[in-house]
Design a protein around this ligand. Structure first.
Ligand code: AMP
Ligand code: GLY
Length: 471
């Protein structure tokens, strides 16, 4: 069997799922090298060489690649930080190893302004109305406030604040959720504006979906749509998180959308990709996952909330286990510009994340729900892993922000472990995911209990019906 050496740059559960998909290859003898944010038990067990680089800095990742250059055939990068910081450009300069992610210049996740300007040019109808505020244009806060309020008049206050770059300020803020008065909105705005440019855009009502593509730079293969649960607590309350769970339906589109919505998504993504590719002229720049569009389905069609330049965490985890093609072959097709088709099994999948007590501010809001005696105790994954054997291909347990310490497994500060159920319906997939969740003990971990619940999906359906009837 052909041997292949693959370096995976890993942040959390998303990369455990990538490693699992590579490791299940039937066509190749896979040797894995992992540059990891922590001593992840899943990744460690499956890798030939594993190195921990807690801040995932490109210099150290590249050094690891250089040291093992003879054995590595290509690199896959999951997290945004190294991609945005130009890991592909660096490794491809220093070694002969190709890297599977967009080039730095086209990793537009780095700038919300760049994204808005690109979409304004090539898909204006999908952009919410927006205005850019640049600190360099202002001498004092009085003028800033005047301009912000003028724009709020036009938006009738229904605004979303977005720092251009991931910043030390308060980040994205949504009218009605994070503030209900102009003063509060302005305070949120200023907390970001002190660090750099900020967008104020129209708040869009609707239902969200995540749309990802695999690309070889010339072609895109759209992946099935996934619904992410961004908010920390049940009923979509609490602060935004990286995503507390997600689901996909048996077909490629979500239960609250229609086949026509999916067609609209496909034509929008194709239009964006074709026009963007023409502008660039570099046939390999956009390989990997250059488009991961967060859509809002509104009464006036699809709007783009943002674009990411990497696979979604958790969204890609809902999809990778359903691949019918060998994932190593798919990676080679992306690298060789021969990606024309990917086959997926028809199944639903539901993912629930278990997270540590402080994540999303849970311990502060619900202190009485946290078993204080269990905080920072080891997490026992053994029962869940036995269930994986029982369910065979229908359950996956992917540790993320977890490390091996003294031969035990401990949760760190971010999303700890993803539990994915796969079945013929969302309901069954959800039951399997929740059975896996119930089998994990220790560490005072908690999870949202309404991921893919009947009620939550019904609410999404009702919202869409209402929006469509009030057109
Ligand atoms: P982001 O940090 O850009 O992923 O945004 C976080 C969340 O803010 C999204 O998942 C949406 O729920 C919400 N959001 C962002 N932009 C908008 C918008 N223009 N209208 C309504 N909600 C938005
Ligand atoms: N689940 C949201 C993200 O990957 O950005």
């Amino acid at each position: 069997m052909e041997k292949v050496g693959i370096l995976v740059v890993s942040y959390g559960s998303r990369e455990a799922a990538i490693i699992d998909a590579l490791n299940r290859s039937l066509n190749y003898n896979v040797k894995l090298f992992v540059a990891d944010r922590q001593l992840n038990p899943f990744n460690k067990k499956r890798s030939r060489k594993h190195v921990v680089i807690p801040d995932l800095n490109n210099k150290d990742i590249c050094k690891f690649a250089e040291t093992n250059e003879d054995e590595i055939d290509f690199v896959i990068v999951g997290p945004e930080k190294p991609i945005i910081a130009g890991l592909r450009d660096l490794i491809e300069q220093k070694t002969k190893i190709p890297v599977l992610c967009p080039r730095q210049k086209y990793a537009i996740e780095a700038s919300k302004i760049e994204q808005r300007l690109l979409f304004k040019e090539i898909a204006p109808n999908a952009n919410p109305r927006f205005q850019i505020f640049n600190p360099k244009d202002y001498k004092n806060n009085i003028d800033v406030r005047k301009d912000v309020y003028l724009w709020l008049d036009q938006l009738e206050n229904r605004a979303v604040i977005k720092p251009d770059k991931p910043s030390a300020g308060k980040g994205v803020g949504v009218w009605g959720d994070h503030f209900t008065a102009r003063e509060e909105l302005f305070e949120h705005f200023m907390s970001n504006f002190q660090y750099g440019s900020v967008i104020i855009e129209e708040k869009i009502d609707g239902e969200e979906s995540s749309f990802q593509v695999f690309s070889d730079g010339e072609h895109i293969i759209p992946l099935p749509s996934v619904r992410d649960y961004k908010r920390a607590f049940n009923k979509d309350k609490g602060p935004n998180t990286g995503g507390m769970g997600s689901y996909k339906d048996v077909q490629d589109y979500l239960p609250f959308l229609t086949a026509k919505d999916r067609d609209d998504e496909l034509s929008l993504a194709n239009k964006i990709f074709q026009k963007w590719k023409e502008k660039i002229g570099d046939k390999t720049a956009l390989r990997g996952v250059p488009l991961y569009l967060a859509f809002m389905h509104s009464k006036s069609g699809i709007k783009i909330l943002e674009n990411n330049s990497r696979p979604g965490d958790p969204e890609i985890i809902n999809i990778l286990p359903l691949l019918k093609d060998d994932f190593v072959d798919v990676c080679y097709q992306m690298l060789n510009r021969t990606l024309t088709k990917i086959r997926f099994g028809k199944a639903a999948s539901v993912l629930t994340y278990k997270v540590p007590p402080n994540y999303g501010g849970y311990m502060t809001v619900f202190p009485h729900f946290v078993d204080k005696t269990a905080v920072n105790t080891p997490v026992d994954l053994s029962k869940a892993n036995s269930l994986v054997n029982k369910y065979s291909d229908q359950l996956r347990v992917y540790p993320g922000s977890m490390e091996i310490r003294d031969s035990k497994i401990f949760a760190l500060s971010s999303r700890a472990v993803a539990i994915l159920g796969i079945s013929d319906s969302i309901e069954e997939a959800r039951e399997i995911s929740l059975e896996g969740v119930g089998a994990i003990s220790g560490g005072a971990l908690w999870n949202r209990t309404d991921i893919a619940s009947k009620q939550h999906i019904l609410n999404s359906k009702r919202t869409m019906e209402l929006l469509r009837s009030n057109k």
